[in-house]
Design a protein around this ligand. Structure first.
Ligand code: XMP
Length: 325
């Protein structure tokens, strides 16, 4: 019978047989798929695996640091940290259209990936956290007619744009390709991933950039990061993190009038998006206790400079989407 332990053992054997003494590159995102993949490959081939994490600057407060700490220090799986924050921000200057934001972030990701893989390489294989539902779609890869092996033509990075340049068409290694998401979580636990990664809320590839309506600037990123942190902090303190599919803040570009002390303020509103869902395809706004909303609202207005109003999004999906862009 199929058990998670058997899967892990067999995968490790298969990976070793396939890779031999060759080198493998893995782009870590911090999500459960690529993290599980990194643990599995590291156990199988040790330092013939190179993990890289491209920091686009759009992750939540403290997340890149935490990810590096978990991998490098706690589990001794070395990860190349690539600070590309300025490059991504420069790409978004003056851009307000949501799809254009995604397109530019996707293209920049491919560029950084190409440069860094050349700097760290050469590599024979690219490891991807492809799951069974992705294989069925399978639009992201070609099959080599001679060997029957899948070849990467796109990077699974949730940036659904831009193909890989020809010189980067690595052979693929996809140990998770037969698994569904809940099976990946079981594998993740079996090989020792911390629960904070296993049960982390889904987070979009373009990250906070699509939660800042209008232009993304360094200042707005700081505002949203701080507001978003308070949302997470309070739902955790209320022991409600796992009650939500996702829980986050959105920053609006408009301003409204408020009053603080004896001064009039004119600043931005933040939207709270707390939702429940089974799969992200449909979603419900969460019926949360008023005192949670109150605490979050008070903290954001008091602690985050540039925000003077907090509103709660009571739109389900459909007709709303989960994200605002
Ligand atoms: P929507 O907003 O379409 O979101 O209801 C459904 C789920 O998809 C996530 N999402 C994205 N994930 N890149 C991603 O990797 C994206 O561009 C993107 N847009 C939305 C969203 O967070 C939700 O879980």
């Amino acid at each position: 019978t199929w058990t998670t332990e058997v899967f892990v053992e067999e995968s490790i054997r298969e990976i070793r047989a396939k890779v031999g003494d060759k080198r493998v590159l893995l782009a870590l995102s911090g999500g459960v798929d690529s993290s599980t993949l990194a643990f599995l490959l590291h156990r199988a081939i040790g330092d013939r695996l190179t993990c890289m994490f491209i920091d686009q600057g759009f992750m939540r407060k403290g997340e890149p640091e935490r990810l590096m700490q978990i991998f490098n220090e706690q589990f001794h799986i070395p990860v190349e940290y690539v600070n590309a924050r300025d490059r991504f921000l420069a790409q978004l200057q003056g851009i307000t259209d949501p799809e254009e934001k995604r397109r530019r972030i996707g293209h920049e990701f491919i560029k950084v990936f190409e440069e860094e893989s050349q700097r760290l390489g050469p590599f024979d294989y690219l490891a991807q956290g492809t799951l069974y539902p992705d294989v069925i779609e399978s639009a992201d890869s070609n099959v080599d007619p001679k060997t029957g092996e899948r070849i990467a033509v796109k990077i699974k990075s949730h940036h659904n744009v831009g193909g890989l340049p020809k010189n980067l068409r690595f052979k693929l290694i996809e140990p998770l390709r037969k698994l569904f998401k809940d099976e990946v979580r079981n594998v993740a636990r079996a090989i020792g991933l911390p629960e904070e990664i296993v049960r982390r809320h889904p987070f979009p590839g373009p990250g906070l950039a699509i939660r800042i309506i209008g232009e993304v600037t360094a200042e707005r990123l700081n505002i949203l990061r701080d507001a978003d942190y308070i949302v997470r902090d309070e739902i955790s303190k209320h022991d409600m993190y796992h009650d939500f599919w996702q829980a986050f803040a959105v920053l609006l570009p408009i301003r409204s009038v408020g009053v603080m002390g004896d001064k009039r303020t004119y600043a931005h509103p933040v939207v709270l998006r707390l939702i429940t869902s089974e799969d992200g395809m449909t979603a419900d706004w969460a019926r949360v206790p008023y005192d949670l909303l109150e605490t979050i609202s008070n903290r954001i207005v008091n602690e985050v400079k540039g925000v003077n109003r907090v509103v709660y999004d009571i739109t389900s999906k459909p007709p709303g989407t989960i994200e605002w862009e």
